[in-house]
Design a protein. Structure first.
Length: 332
């Protein structure tokens, strides 16, 4: 294997719109202690990349974008024992920098990829699939979830949503998915949503109450943020959990915590994947769960968009305009 000495990379020099994304060639050095060098076969696209580009999640500049990719390990630094040169591997972790042909990065959250899972699939599923894993398995309401329970999942036709629809069905949950068009609602149902709500034409609170016989749900999983937060609280049963894990419509504005009491002693969390990927052992365990459910066929990874790395800015524009469904990858 010929070592990669430089790499086409997407970088921004200041926060802003997609027009700030530039393709530059950067040198790639040798991995230091605890690091690996990986040559990417495919890179994932996620809304967290938009948050970092716009400055919602601030980073020092200049910044190379991207949190997810799959490829081949070219070299490992001192102390790295779970990977070796030639291994197939995948990751979703910081620091950003996956929008590149190759990079040097910490090895802690890079996992060995089973031969049964293609690079494209791995690049599309790591961040979204591990997000669905920690939400449905670890971000649970008081008393947990049991087969037959209803849950609300916003943006159900997106990358995380379509994985969550399938995984929830496999766990026996009745997922109520919201989406912004009849076509996206149909897509969510095809992937396992028990019910869907077009939030542009229907009152999703009224429909949730109707579907659940007036009871509401134990948990709402919400990556939309500002546009759905307040009304999502009204979908919950007493002691229900509002699990915010993104803000695609903008951050949730400040609100009176007493609202949680008035609406039934509700619980609220702002969850993030990277708190769960705190160690190599935790990452390996979560990835193994994801690889098992994908390998079993219970969860299929749908890649609906592919862009050359050089067209990453257009991929961002399409993502922000809600033109994408399922997963999107960039090809170096």
């Amino acid at each position: 294997m010929t070592a990669t000495t430089s790499s086409p990379t997407i970088r921004i020099d200041k926060p802003g719109g997609a027009e700030e994304m530039k393709l530059v060639d950067l040198p790639i050095g040798e991995p230091g202690p605890g690091e690996i060098r990986i040559r990417h076969h495919a890179c994932g696209l996620n809304f967290i990349d938009v948050y970092q580009r716009t400055g919602l999640y601030p980073f020092p500049m200049p910044l190379t974008l991207g949190m997810e990719a799959a490829g081949e390990i070219e070299a490992v630094g001192a102390g790295v024992t779970h990977l070796k040169a030639g291994d197939r591997a995948a990751y979703c972790s910081g620091p950003p920098g996956s929008y590149a042909l190759a990079r040097v990065m910490p090895a802690k959250n890079v996992v060995k990829l089973p031969d049964s899972i293609a690079y494209d699939t791995a690049a599309a599923m790591m961040l979204k699939g591990l997000t669905a894993q920690y939400l449905l398995k670890k971000t649970l309401p008081q008393g947990g979830l049991q087969a037959g329970d209803f849950v609300v999942f916003h943006a159900a036709a997106g990358g995380v949503g379509l994985i969550a629809c399938q995984w929830a069905r496999a766990l026996g949950y009745r997922l109520i998915g919201t989406a912004g068009s009849d076509e996206k609602c149909a897509l969510a149902r095809e992937h396992g949503a028990a019910h869907t709500i077009n939030y542009r034409t229907e009152d999703f609170v009224a429909r949730v109450k109707e579907i659940t016989g007036g009871q509401g749900v134990k948990v709402v999983y919400d990556s939309v943020g500002k546009d759905t937060f307040e009304r999502s609280l009204d979908c919950l049963k007493p002691f229900g959990l509002m699990a915010c894990f993104g803000s695609s419509s903008g951050p949730v504005p400040p609100f009176n915590v007493g609202t949680l009491a008035a609406k039934g002693s509700l619980y609220l969390t702002r969850a993030t994947l990277f708190s769960h990927l705190s160690s190599q052992e935790a990452t390996d365990a979560m990835a193994a769960d994801l690889f098992d459910v994908v390998g079993s066929g219970k969860v299929r990874i749908r890649i609906d968009q592919r862009y050359p790395l050089a067209e990453a800015a257009q991929a961002h524009r399409d993502l922000e305009a809600r033109k994408t469904t399922g997963c999107t990858i960039l090809v170096p």
